[in-house]
Design a protein around this ligand. Structure first.
Ligand code: BV8
Length: 233
């Protein structure tokens, strides 16, 4: 591994798979049990808010039953010990990067443990349910929705991500199928900007041929080994 000074990491559902959180597109995944249109779009929420609130309530509750895995803790070690710049961008809405010890995390698709009030726009930490229409902690209106980015909505912190991509010399994609934009386009952008690009995934993603290098296997093995390489370089 050549010496690098500025790394951008993008993670997807695959990094949490070994912790027991369903991915979206693997067999048995979330999108097999629910249609994207029904549970991950503003239209689906308007059509059947109880279905959507129940879907996210169940996923939020399930966080109590899972633990971060060696891939999450390896990225936290990288954040602690890497002397250069590091930005961890995740598409995941779970809290396993935080619980694995990472502190600088860009949740570009939001978080299960955050509530967004559709009346006053306040975001509040949220651990429990929304289907019972609890009052917004600020304006008291019973109008909380999951603070996640649905299809057709604009991902969060895009400017911060773009800025980090501009200067990075290594872009690493971990556990994502490369099926959803704009995240799936980051590798192309990084490459165009002169960064080296590395894919760490269980199997080749949709964009695997774009990466300079791709390693395939479970994140809990690939990520600690890669972190060791970077820190030992
Ligand atoms: C936007 C949050 C405009 C909610 C999610 C046509 C062309 C291009 C784009 C579009 C298009 N039509 C529509 C669009 C836009 C659309 C899109 O991309 N649609 C797709 C379906 C074509 N995108 C949007 O709407 C986005 N917004 O475009 O706004 C804009 C753009 C830029 C700037 C300004 C404005 C918003 C998309 C966000 C949707 N929200 N999640 C929730 O979580 O419920 S998406 C959801 O799926 C995830 O967040 C994630 O982002 C995405 C992909 O999932 P992955 O994480 O990759 O998981 P997946 O199951 O797919 O894959 C798992 C991978 O892990 C696999 O490869 C597997 O091999 C691997 N794996 C499994 N086990 C392991 C493993 N790897 C390692 N170890 C293991 N053990």
């Amino acid at each position: 591994m050549t010496q690098v000074s500025r790394i951008v990491i993008l993670t997807g559902a695959g990094i949490s798979a070994e912790s027991g959180i369903d991915t979206f597109r693997d067999s048995g995944g979330l999108w097999e049990k629910h249609s994207i249109e029904d549970v991950a779009t503003p239209e689906g929420f308007a059509r059947d808010p109880d279905l959507v609130l129940g879907f996210y309530d169940a996923r939020r509750a399930a966080l109590a039953d899972v633990e971060p895995n060696a891939a999450h803790t390896a990225l936290a070690r990288l954040e602690r010990d890497f002397s250069g710049d590091l930005l961890l961008v995740t598409q995941n809405v779970d809290d396993l990067h935080e619980r694995g010890g990472s502190t600088t995390i860009c949740h570009m698709h939001g978080e299960l443990k955050s509530a967004l009030c559709t009346s006053c726009g306040t975001r509040s930490p949220w651990e429990t349910t929304m289907i019972d229409r609890p009052p917004c902690p600020v304006c008291q209106a019973p109008t909380l929705r999951p603070d996640v980015v649905w299809f057709g909505e604009i991902p969060y912190q895009m400017r911060r991500i773009e800025e980090a991509m501009m200067g990075c010399d290594l872009f690493v994609s971990i556990g994502t199928s490369g099926a959803v934009y704009p995240a799936a386009g980051f590798v192309q952008q990084a490459k165009r900007l002169g960064a080296r690009t590395l894919e760490l995934n269980l199997e080749p993603s949709e964009g695997t041929s774009i990466f300079h290098e791709a390693r395939h296997g479970p994140a809990s093995e690939l990520v600690p080994a890669w972190v060791e390489e970077v820190l030992g370089a």
